[in-house]
Design a protein around this ligand. Structure first.
Ligand code: GUN
Length: 284
């Protein structure tokens, strides 16, 4: 029997818990607030930003958004980030990626104060994650770890194979899985004999952005399959990086798209904003 991992349900539960926590800290005078910066008008980013706004409203997190023209200079972008860093009422700052090519996103992420880096992208926070110290964990990997916990999937001693090495998903996942005593293999576009690796995975996490790339012949019977991909087919249908319909017959656990990893990302962002608000008010 294959278990379909219900990320929508788990994320709703987390959002309800966060709503209660938010009400609680507001009674102590802590009002969590997120600022989101978007540069240009990438249609997918607009949808993501709208969903973040909605989630904040539902949970009771205050929200401010800055839509910047795609021609903005790096100096102006950094100026805004520094203003937000200096504002006491803002607890979390999120710069929606991608941003236009003439801008340096790495510098921009570095300028966000590590205490307000609710995406967990600042090198100081990535470093802490690698060292297994408490920090802001990037939201998609964090959401995947929550799914494992919710479904009692223990990583201890397991062979986790990660497909994809992005800074947002693949790389932080390496640390998250190692910190839970998994043996980790990372595969990417230059990996040779990919199937030899994927077939050995007890847990396969796929984040490569290629629709239906992982076929049932590539996986071991009973493996846990986590699909981070969000792709649109020519017919406009949302689909993951895994050929869900066929792989689901072989897998032990599998996440669907939509309704798997996606909803967890926003829930963990909300979690990080509340964590930031708590930490910034600790000594008051
Ligand atoms: N673009 C796609 N995913 C993300 C994310 O998790 N955070 C930010 N800032 N931008 C993204």
């Amino acid at each position: 029997m294959t278990t379909i991992i219900n990320g929508k349900k788990v994320s709703q539960k987390i959002r309800e818990e966060l709503k209660e926590e938010c009400e609680e800290i507001k009674k102590q005078g802590i009002i969590p607030k997120l600022a989101v910066i978007m540069v240009g008008d990438n249609p997918a980013s607009k949808v993501y930003v709208r969903n973040k706004n909605k989630a904040c409203q539902e949970i009771g997190i205050e929200y401010e958004e800055y839509f910047l023209k795609s021609e903005i200079t790096q100096e102006k972008l950094i100026e805004l980030i520094e203003d937000l860093n200096n504002r006491k009422d803002i607890n979390g700052i999120l710069l929606q990626s991608p941003i236009p090519n003439h801008l340096d996103i790495n510098e921009a992420f570095r300028k966000i104060s590590p205490e307000k880096d609710v995406d967990g992208f600042h090198p100081a926070n990535v470093g802490k994650l690698i060292l297994n110290q408490d920090t802001f964990v990037s939201c998609t990997p964090y959401g995947i770890m929550k799914l494992f916990a919710e479904y009692n999937i223990d990583l201890n001693g397991k062979h986790v194979v990660i497909l994809g090495r992005s800074n947002i998903v693949g790389k932080p996942l390496i640390a998250c899985c190692l910190n839970r005593n998994a043996t980790v293999t990372v595969c990417h576009s230059k990996t040779e004999n990919l199937e030899e690796h994927t077939k050995k995975a007890d847990i396969l996490i796929v984040a490569i952005g290629k629709a239906n790339f992982v076929k049932k012949e590539m996986i071991k019977d009973g493996a846990v399959i986590i699909d981070v991909g969000i792709n649109r087919t020519d017919e406009g249908k949302l689909t993951g990086d895994v050929d869900f319909e066929n792989v689901k017959d072989v897998a032990g656990y599998i996440t669907p798209v939509p309704g798997g990893v996606g909803p967890m990302t926003i829930a963990m962002l909300m979690n990080n904003v509340i964590k930031a608000a708590r930490l910034q008010n600790k000594n008051n």
